[in-house]
Design a protein around this ligand. Structure first.
Ligand SMILES: *Cc1c(COP(=O)(O)O)cnc(C)c1O
Length: 430
C-alpha cells in the first residue's frame, strides 16, 4: 500500500515514509493510492470483534508492510485502552463519546497511534525526529501526552495566545521532558502557517528532521476511522448518518474512509461554528476563507480546513459531494442555548463542540426524519467548564487526570512571528 501526493508531483511512499514526512515533497497531502473495501462478512458480524481487532482490520491495509501483524496489534492495544460509549438521547439521536482518553478529547487515538508507530520506527535508530504541531486547543495536549518520553522524538507545540481554555493550556505547557510549548501571538491559522513555512525551510528541516502531528499526517488521521466502526458495532442500524463537529475536517474525512471501507453510512453532516468556510461553500461552490473568528468551541476555530481537499478527492464533483454531505454552521449563542436545553431535557451535559454536532444533526433530521443520527461528542465538557458551568448553573467534577496537573507551573516560550520562531527554534537545544 502506497500513498501519493494530492499535488501529484512527488513519488509515492509507504506508510513509514508518509508518517515521517507528514507532507509530500511537493507540499501536497498524502492520500492512499487505493482503498479496498473490507469483507462484507466482517462488517455484518462486527459485534464478534473486539475494538482492537476492529482497529486492526481497518488500519492494516494502510500500514502495509511497514509494521508486521504482531507489532501492529501491540501498537493498537497501547492506543486503545479506553471506551467509546454510545449514549441514546432521543428516539433517533445518539451521542458517541470520544473523550474518555487521557487528555479528554477525541484526538488521543490518532496521537497515541502515531506516537507508538514513530517510537517503533525509531527503535533501532539514533536519529531524533521533531514533531512540530499547531493546535487550536486539543491536538497539542493529545500529541504531548502520546509522545511524552517516546524515544527518538521531540515535540514542539504552537498554540494561539489567549485562545485556548485554561485546562487546555495547562495540558499543553506542563509536560516538560521532550515537550516544548510555544505561545504564538496570533490565531490557530497563524500557528498552522508557521508550521507550513517551517516544513519548507531547509535550515530548520536539516537540523530537526521535522514531521507533523496534525491531521494532515496519515498516522494521525486514518485511525479516526475506528470511531465510526465502533458506533456501528453498537447500533447495527440502517439509515445511519453522522454529524461531526468539524474544524480542520480530519475526523469527518476519516468517516468517509470508513464509508469507502464498506461501512453502511448514508450521509455526513459537517457541523461548524462561526468559522463557516465549508457551509458557505455548500451554498456557493466557492471556497472563500475569511479571517478566523474566536469562538467557545475553540478547537474548531479554523477557517482553512486542510483536509477538505481529501474530502473532494473521495467524493469528486459537487453533485456527489452534496449527495453524501451537508454542512451547517452555528454561533456561540446557539451553542450555549442547546447546551442548556439538552441539560434540562435529558440531564446530559454537552461540551461546546458536541453541542454543534448535535445542532447539525438536529437540523438535518428535520428534513430527513427517518434517519438514525449519531453526533460525535469530541471533548469532555470540563475542558470548557467556564462556559458550561455558567450556562447550566452547576459545578462540574474535575476528573482525576486533570486534577493531577492543575497545580503544575506552566512553561512556554512566547513567539511573535515567523522570524522570531525561526531564531528560537534554531537555538533550541533539542
Ligand atoms: C480538533 C477538534 C475538533 C475538530 O476536528 P477536526 O478533525 O479538526 O475537524 C472538534 N472537536 C474537538 C473537541 C476537537 O478537539
Amino acid at each position: 500500500m502506497y500513498f501519493r501526493s494530492l499535488n501529484g508531483n512527488s513519488s509515492k511512499v509507504n506508510f513509514e515514509t508518509a508518517l515521517k514526512k507528514g507532507l509530500a515533497d511537493d507540499g501536497g497531502l498524502f492520500f492512499p493510492e487505493k482503498i479496498s473495501p473490507l469483507k462484507k462478512d466482517f462488517i455484518e458480524n462486527i459485534e464478534n470483534y473486539s475494538d482492537i481487532e476492529i482497529a486492526y482490520e481497518v488500519i492494516k491495509q494502510f500500514v502495509g508492510d511497514s509494521i508486521n501483524e504482531t507489532d501492529l496489534k501491540n501498537i493498537l492495544s497501547n492506543t486503545i485502552d479506553f471506551d467509546f460509549p454510545l449514549i441514546k438521547l432521543e428516539k433517533n439521536i445518539y451521542s458517541l463519546e470520544l473523550f474518555h482518553g487521557p487528555t479528554l478529547a477525541f484526538k488521543d487515538v490518532g496521537a497515541r497511534f502515531m506516537a507508538n508507530c514513530l517510537g517503533y520506527f525509531n527503535k533501532n535508530e539514533n536519529k531524533t525526529n521533531t514533531v512540530l504541531v499547531a493546535t487550536s486547543g486539543d491536538t497539542g495536549a493529545a500529541v504531548a501526552n502520546g509522545f511524552l518520553k517516546v524515544k527518538g522524538t521531540n515535540v514542539v507545540i504552537l498554540y494561539p495566545k489567549n485562545k485556548v481554555s485554561e485546562i487546555q493550556e495547562i495540558q499543553l505547557t506542563t509536560n516538560g521532558n521532550n515537550i516544548t510549548a510555544l505561545r504564538v501571538d496570533g490565531s490557530f491559522d497563524d500557528c498552522q502557517k508557521i508550521v507550513k513555512n517551517a516544513f519548507v525551510d531547509k535550515k530548520i528541516n536539516n537540523k530537526l528532521n521535522l514531521t507533523s502531528a496534525n491531521s494532515i499526517n496519515v498516522a494521525r488521521w486514518l485511525p479516526q476511522a475506528f470511531y465510526y466502526f465502533y458506533a456501528f458495532k453498537k447500533l447495527k442500524k440502517k439509515n445511519l448518518v453522522f454529524s461531526v463537529p468539524s474544524g480542520n475536517f480530519g475526523n469527518i474525512c476519516a468517516g468517509l474512509i470508513a464509508m469507502k471501507l464498506g461501512l453502511p453510512i448514508d450521509h455526513f453532516i459537517a457541523s461548524t461554528n462561526s468559522n463557516d468556510t465549508i457551509p458557505r461553500y455548500f451554498k456557493s461552490q466557492v471556497l472563500n476563507p475569511k479571517p478566523t473568528i474566536q469562538t467557545i468551541s475553540n478547537a474548531m476555530d479554523v477557517s482553512k480546513p486542510s483536509n477538505f481537499i481529501r474530502i473532494q478527492e473521495m467524493l469528486g464533483d459537487f453533485k456527489n459531494l452534496s449527495y453524501f454531505m451537508s454542512s451547517y454552521s452555528f454561533d456561540d449563542n446557539q451553542t450555549l442555548a442547546v447546551v442548556k436545553k439538552i441539560y434540562k431535557k435529558n440531564k446530559y451535559i454537552l461540551d461546546p463542540h458536541g453541542a454543534i454536532g448535535y445542532l447539525g444533526l438536529n437540523k438535518y433530521l428535520v428534513t430527513n426524519p427517518k434517519k438514525i443520527g449519531v453526533f460525535l461528542e469530541t471533548a469532555h465538557p470540563v475542558k470548557f467548564s467556564k462556559h458550561i458551568e455558567k450556562t447550566i448553573k452547576i459545578k462540574l467534577d474535575i476528573p482525576e487526570k486533570i486534577n493531577k496537573i492543575l497545580l503544575k507551573k506552566k512553561k512556554y516560550i512566547d513567539i511573535e512571528n515567523y522570524d522570531d520562531f525561526r531564531d528560537k527554534i534554531l537555538s533550541l537545544k533539542v
